[in-house]
Design a protein around this ligand. Structure first.
Ligand SMILES: [Zn+2]
Length: 96
């Protein structure tokens, strides 16, 4: 049994070209979402690893800006926090 040939853009009926266009668009959207997700996960992984390093070095829980110990509630809510809430409020959001 012969396998039907895949349509190529030059020879495909209009409905297949339209479906191909939708699939190409969907692929583009999914790739963009995957890239964004990978970047978010990479950033979060770096933050988690940095927190583990601070723990190993005995620095975990100390604010990187003022040096004061962070409140336990702060760490329970955000275990990878680098800054106390006071310093985090005065720093740029991306530095939190
Ligand atoms: Zn601080």
């Amino acid at each position: 049994m012969d396998t039907p040939a895949l349509p190529t853009p030059g020879s495909a009926p209009a409905h297949l070209l339209a479906l191909r266009g939708r699939l190409l668009h969907r692929r583009q959207v999914l790739c963009a979402e995957l890239d964004a997700q990978a970047q978010r996960h990479s950033h979060e992984l770096q933050r988690v690893q940095a927190a583990l390093n601070r723990m190993d070095w005995g620095l975990y829980g100390d604010c990187a800006e003022c040096g004061e110990p962070m409140a336990l509630q702060r760490l329970l809510a955000e275990p990878a926090a680098v800054y106390c809430t006071g310093c985090a409020d005065t720093l740029e959001p991306r530095d939190r």
